[in-house]
Design a binder for this molecule. Structure first.
Ligand code: NAP
Length: 325
């Protein structure tokens, strides 16, 4: 009889979490994955992913999420929908409690990802869902023939600007730095689109309208001057905030709120691992997040095997793949 409900509970069913769960189950761990929204995570709304190993023509996030979920099912992973609220230590491992679930596990992998940062400017909350959006691929068709603004200059901003190209009349990418942060490949594609214009050294100070968005106020940071720009859709991609609230003060976080891990994805608490863009030094690319998930899973399996050795379990739970190599 095992002391815990599961060997490993994975929190978050994005690319990092699903790959962690698949690898853990394939190594013989009784694995549960929990997510409040379902499988896929942040990429579920991405129109085209072309930097994940796989088909040369790329794939959509809508295809990738279910594909990984099927692999997880086949590996024997159990799946639950819930919002996990706390993770705490017990004598035999960890307790993971949510709105409905109350589970125990020998090890936990945190792959809860990040949420999109907001601008915190007047009009942003007021017009949310009425012109202000964080999903260009969902709302693109509503912007047919319109002038839209994308705020941010990273990969997310350009990915989503490109998703709007077939719909919007004019797309203005507004970013505060002097150089875009997005990859060279995305910048090259954006420069080929005749309806994308990029405005560097600019911030947005207000979103205005009546019923829906009609304009934004922008500040040119090189001159300090404010002006109005007509626009009917505002898509905000100004970076990510890690979803670490669930951990309270259980593990050590970096100054920017990410979970500090070592090369094995081990956090400051033995038995808790982290994977994906919630961890320090993540490059936040899907392929890297998938790799993090596998590393975290194998580290968790090794940790549990060590625990078995230390407590001299009569029946070791993992037959293989536990040497630290
Ligand atoms: P990000 O890389 O942090 O970029 C945020 C962008 O928003 C920067 O250009 C930043 O300018 C700008 N910004 C921040 N606050 C602003 C403001 N108030 N007004 C105007 N501009 C503002 O965020 P992200 O694009 O969401 O990407 C996050 C991570 O996920 C990155 O590591 C990225 O590579 C990864 N990602 C990868 C893919 C992919 O592989 N296809 C897709 C999406 C995201 P500054 O430069 O001045 O800070």
């Amino acid at each position: 009889m095992r002391a815990n409900d599961y060997d490993i509970v994975v929190i978050g069913a994005g690319v990092a979490g699903l790959n962690a769960a698949i690898a853990a189950a394939r190594h013989g761990a009784r694995t549960m994955i929990v997510d409040m929204l379902g499988a896929g995570g942040q990429v579920i709304n991405v129109d085209r992913i072309d930097n994940f190993p796989g088909p040369a023509e790329g794939m959509s996030g809508f295809e990738l999420g279910p594909m990984l979920q099927i692999q997880a099912d086949e590996a024997g992973v159990e799946f639950a929908l819930d919002m996990i609220e706390t993770v705490s230590k017990t004598d035999t491992g960890f307790r993971i409690a949510g709105a409905d679930l109350d589970l125990t596990a020998g090890a936990v992998i945190i792959a809860a990802g990040s949420a999109k940062r907001t601008l915190g400017i007047p009009g942003e909350a007021e017009f949310e869902g009425r012109g202000v959006s964080h999903c260009a691929s969902c709302d693109g068709p509503l912007m047919r023939g319109k002038q839209v603004c994308i705020i941010g200059g990273g990969d997310s901003a350009l990915d989503e600007a490109l998703a709007l190209v077939p719909h919007a009349a004019r797309i203005t990418v507004i970013h505060r730095g002097s150089r875009l942060r997005a990859s060279a490949a995305l910048q090259a594609k954006a420069s080929e689109a005749s309806n994308i214009e990029v405005r560097p050294n600019t911030i947005v100070t207000a979103i205005r309208g009546d019923g829906g968005v009609s304009a934004i106020t922008v500040r040119d940071l090189s001159t300090g001057t404010d002006s109005d720009l007509p626009c009917h859709g505002v898509f905000v991609y100004v970076g990510l905030e890690p979803n670490t609230a669930v951990l309270g003060e259980l593990v050590t976080l970096s100054a920017d709120g990410r979970i500090v891990v070592d090369l094995d994805m081990q956090t400051s608490v033995r038995g808790i691992f982290a994977a994906g863009d919630i961890r320090t030094r993540s490059v936040a690319h899907l392929a890297a997040s998938a790799g993090d998930g596998v590393t975290a899973a194998i580290s968790a399996v090794r940790y549990l095997a060590q625990q078995d050795d230390e407590t001299q379990q009569a029946e070791p739970r993992f037959a293989a793949a536990t040497s630290a190599g």
